[in-house]
Design a protein around this ligand. Structure first.
Ligand SMILES: NC(=O)c1ccc[n+]([C@@H]2O[C@H](COP(=O)([O-])OP(=O)(O)OC[C@H]3O[C@@H](n4cnc5c(N)ncnc54)[C@H](O)[C@@H]3O)[C@@H](O)[C@H]2O)c1
Ligand SMILES: O=C(O)C1=N[C@H](C(=O)O)CCC1
Length: 237
């Protein structure tokens, strides 16, 4: 498979390594300094584009791939205000795969989080909050993964209706505490506190390898696909 890498930073480089190890060819690499090279003509013989850039650039990059009819796998976070526009393009025949987190472990953790929220529903003595810790270079906050986790709690717990990135004393608000520290690849924990105890679940990434492998697996899933896909489609969760 011939892959275009859009964004050649920490994730782009990790993905390149795994894609080559799995027998793929990197046909095009686009980063900030050659971003004007991202034109439909250069994508002519590309099977799939993998996009990991930043919240401001991602949507424009998708549009160029859509014009070239190249399916996109994107892990960029912080652009979801435009998700309806992307879904419209998918309805008119483009292919797009998004995950706030591509690692298998986090996607299992998403399911565990939903089950725990459901289990807690009848027990009003327990209240939840969330902490996410990432490296100091991260641009968006809270993390895309934290937002997915918060949505999982809100969908499955009757007393939580929204999340806020602050300490809250309102029962219907889920507090997210976002911390930035050193080179941390990504740690997420959810704690359900009562007066007498707490239950804590945590996912801690040791490196970016799990994110990168998931993105390459998504890229292998995408050629010729039309529509909007996510990790549930890939992992059958
Ligand atoms: N979904 C996931 O599993 C997952 C995992 C890790 C990171 N991320 C997200 O992926 C994104 C990138 O993360 P990273 O750690 O690789 O960041 P990074 O800063 O190391 O790399 C981003 C790269 O994009 C380049 N870039 C900026 N504007 C561009 C443009 N217009 N066109 C092409 N390239 C451009 C930058 O020069 C940089 O090299 C972030 O949004 C991050 O939150 C998602
Ligand atoms: O390093 C990042 O940036 C990460 N971003 C994703 C998020 O916002 O959840 C996934 C974890 C790493």
């Amino acid at each position: 498979m011939k892959i275009a890498l859009i964004g050649y930073g920490k994730m782009g480089k990790e993905i390149e390594q795994i894609a080559i190890d799995r027998g793929h060819e990197i046909g095009l690499i686009i980063d900030q300094e050659n971003q004007n090279d991202l034109i439909p003509d250069k994508l002519k013989d590309i099977d799939v584009a993998i996009e990991f850039t930043n919240p401001k650039s991602a949507f424009d990059n998708y549009q160029i791939c859509f014009e070239a009819n190249v399916p996109v796998v994107s892990g960029t976070t912080g652009w979801l205000d435009k998700i309806d526009l992307v879904k419209e393009r998918c309805q008119s025949g483009n292919g797009f795969f998004y995950a706030s987190n591509f690692s298998l472990g986090v996607n299992l953790f998403f399911e565990l989080n939903k089950k725990l929220a459901k289990l807690m529903a009848p027990f009003s003595e327990y209240n939840a909050d969330m902490e996410e810790i990432h490296h100091i270079h991260k641009l968006d906050s809270p993390s895309g993964t934290a937002i997915t986790l918060a949505e999982g709690i809100i969908e499955n717990h009757p007393r939580k209706t929204k999340w806020i990135e602050a300490a809250s004393t309102k029962e219907d608000e889920l507090s997210i505490f976002a911390k930035r520290h050193g080179a941390v690849p990504g740690t997420h924990s959810i704690t359900w506190h009562s007066e007498v105890d707490e239950i804590n679940i945590q996912h801690l990434a040791y490196s970016r390898k799990g994110f990168a492998l998931g993105a390459v697996l998504a890229a292998e899933f995408m050629p010729k696909k039309k529509g909007f896909f996510g990790m549930k489609d890939l992992l059958n969760l």
